[in-house]
Design a protein around this ligand. Structure first.
Ligand SMILES: [Mn+2]
Length: 464
């Protein structure tokens, strides 16, 4: 893999003008930034754009733009064998087939590694950057942010594989520090009760989604929530206070029957970006990634890019505003979906948000709802939201338990959508589709049939 990174470095060195195309999410923004910085340092003529996917329209445009070289980061594996008329290099980590093993394509899947948790798009791009110049190891923190953005630390509650090597690059120059701590979002940047209120992996029974309950919980433990006028953050607490909160949350989970495997997810490795200001979102790799994701979700990747490039004052403020707006949208969206009502069918439950929830966040809202106590987690949850162009976005979310029983939402959504000449897919636990407005009922019938088959004809279910 490192040899191929070197070869791709040589292609870059011998080009004058390079256009970067990256993915619209935190991993894509950090990957794009790494590529951009690398080229700037080489004094190359370079430009960058972010796209949702490589559809025909985008590819046609790229062809016409006639760049000397196009560098695809965090995407591109799907076109590694096509579009020979675009002179390209690809640093991606998405699944790909054997025949995409080309000298210009760097991808962990081509080297027996797993691209879902061993290295991200930013990490793969970083390997090329480092191969070009060892000095570029100062970009390693961005690769850690990218990996966190793609939740690569999730399975083992810490980074693994090649990500580990990138982490030690960052540690060797004192730019990154790994430590064991609570894994909830907002450790550094949010009042403690807010951190608990938004806890999602795992959810805290009785606390997640309930502000007042979180305040009460902390009061009962005797935790002082304010320091003068300002709210105390998790990182402001002393060791004993932190220990007390963690053990109380663990107890809550265990007494509600969540088991050890889920309970131990409260703590894990977190990654501190030592050169960033303490108490800001960008001091913690996961919070940094969340910040970038919210710039991407609202079509403002350039804001995230500027922050990654080191523009902190104005652009960090803009990014923060987008994050705040995003949170507000989620709260409003959750409220809206609850008020609209969740309708239960035999093998699924759903809500239709109409124009009440943005189609780009209906999936997150569905996920938060399914993990809240107001909604039963026995059935997969489907959320609809109008896209505003005669189409409806469908987002389906399941639980680990349902997946263990045979649920595969990716397949079910794909099948149901294709019966309506539409496109759907994703992961077994979370999937999406876009269908014509007015076909929702028909879609639900098709989807329900698929889900029923999955849950009741698999051998696992027979045993049950
Ligand atoms: Mn990625």
């Amino acid at each position: 893999m490192l040899k191929r990174a070197e070869k791709i470095g040589k292609i870059i060195n011998s080009s004058k003008e390079i256009h970067i195309v990256s993915h619209i999410d935190a991993d894509g923004i950090t990957a794009g930034t790494i590529a951009y910085q690398t080229l700037k340092r080489l004094d190359k003529q370079c430009s960058i754009e972010f796209v949702k996917d490589l559809d025909n329209e985008n590819l046609e445009k790229l062809k016409n733009d006639n760049h000397e070289l196009v560098w695809f980061t965090d995407l591109g594996s799907s076109i590694s064998t096509d579009f020979q008329d675009i002179n390209k290099i690809i640093t991606d980590h998405h699944a790909c087939s054997e025949d995409s093993n080309k000298p210009f394509h760097l991808n962990p899947h081509l080297f027996g590694l797993d691209g879902t948790f061993e290295i991200s798009g930013a990490g793969v791009t970083y390997l090329v950057s480092r191969a070009i110049d060892k000095k570029n190891i100062d970009l390693s923190p961005l690769a850690i942010v990218g990996a966190c953005g793609d939740l690569q630390d999730r399975r083992y509650r810490k980074l693994k594989g090649m990500n580990r090597e990138i982490l030690s690059d960052g540690e060797s120059i004192n730019a990154v520090k790994a430590k064991i701590d609570i894994r909830f979002f907002g450790r550094e940047s949010r009042p403690i009760f807010k951190m608990l209120q938004f806890a999602s992996d795992p959810i805290i029974p009785g606390l997640t989604g309930r502000e007042q309950a979180c305040v009460g919980f902390l009061q009962e433990l005797g935790i002082t929530m304010k320091d003068g006028d300002s709210w105390r953050k998790w990182t402001d607490l002393c060791k004993d206070e932190r220990r007390l909160i963690i053990s109380s949350i663990a107890q809550l989970l265990l007494t509600k029957g969540f088991g050890h495997k889920i309970t131990e997810r409260i703590i894990g490795e977190v990654y501190i970006l030592c050169n960033e200001q303490e108490g800001t979102e960008i001091h913690d790799a996961k919070e940094f990634a969340t910040l970038l994701n919210s710039t991407a979700r609202y079509g403002k990747c350039e804001v995230g890019l500027k922050v990654c490039l080191g523009n902190r004052d104005k652009w960090l403020a803009k990014a923060r505003n987008l994050l705040l707006g995003h949170r507000q949208n989620l709260v409003v969206g959750l409220q809206f979906a609850k008020e609209e009502g969740i309708i239960k069918r035999k093998h699924l439950q759903f809500f239709h948000a109409g124009n009440g929830i943005r189609d780009t966040i209906v999936g997150i809202v569905a996920n938060m709802l399914l993990n809240s106590e107001d909604v039963s987690s026995d059935l997969p949850l489907v959320g609809f939201a109008n896209k505003g162009n005669g189409e409806v976005k469908v987002s389906a979310r399941g639980t680990e338990e349902l997946v263990e029983k045979g649920l595969n939402l990716s397949q079910a959504m794909k099948k149901a959508a294709s019966a309506l000449d539409s496109i759907g897919g994703g992961h077994d636990i979370a999937a999406g589709a876009t269908i014509p407005q007015g076909t929702e009922e028909e879609f639900l019938d098709l989807l329900e049939k698929e889900i029923k088959t999955q849950l009741y004809s698999s051998s696992k279910a027979d045993v049950l």
